[in-house]
Design a binder for this molecule. Sequence first.
Ligand SMILES: Nc1ncnc2c1ncn2[C@@H]1O[C@H](COP(=O)(O)OP(=O)(O)OP(=O)(O)O)[C@@H](O)[C@H]1O
Length: 229
Amino acid sequence: MADLRGAARPAFPMTPNDRPAPPLLAARGLRFARNDEPVFGPLDFSVDAGEALLVQGDNGAGKTTLLRVLAGLLRSDGGEIDLDGQPAGHARRARAIAYLSHLPGLKADLTAMENLDFLCGLQGRRRAQLPENALAIVGLAGYEDTLARQLSAGQKKRLSLARLWMSPAPLWLLDEPYANLDLEGIELVNRMVQAHLREGGAALVTTHGAYAAPPVRTRMLVLSRGAAA
Ligand SMILES: Nc1ncnc2c1ncn2[C@@H]1O[C@H](COP(=O)(O)OP(=O)(O)OP(=O)(O)O)[C@@H](O)[C@H]1O
């Protein structure tokens, strides 16, 4: 696999007064309900730079819903979310969060390279990363001009991973990042998470617990229907 190094971020950012930086993400009393039925919460958790939070739970436990609330795609029914010590408004979320949905979210009639260009135009990109490098890193060298609709499910996931790798956002929200990937792809995700955390980023990763987690500093959040363990 190609070089995973990117633009360096401080491993553990410090404030100007040398006090430890606040968590990249902190949630307090966060809850979500549908038709007055609790889906999750109230939840209290935080994720520091250099750390992964594994969000586990059975089918329907609320993992995707939690990530969508954190990403600002769903409105919570209570609680607070801070990013880098500040309330998570729209602009702060746009800068701080890269969300990898379990759906590919690609433009079917654009090529792999055009999809990357389109998404980077919308969401920004790390200056040190070139799209062709990102495609090579995820194993899609030679697929630059292939239409997204002609990619397999695993290749589509790899293209979404290339986009993630291009993102300048420090906080990755990864919803079932291993789905549709072969063993080498699962290892790729883990190496990407490791490299991202080494550079001072953080990641929330949903999983059913079936896959080996990346060997990084990890906290666990276990959701069960309407609650958290
Ligand atoms: N658009 C929706 N409208 C109504 N209910 C929904 C919707 N999306 C999800 N739900 C419900 O919310 C609950 C939580 O769903 P969610 O997708 O967050 O679970 P999950 O833990 O990600 O599940 P899985 O492991 O199957 O992906 C489920 O009971 C589901 O039926």
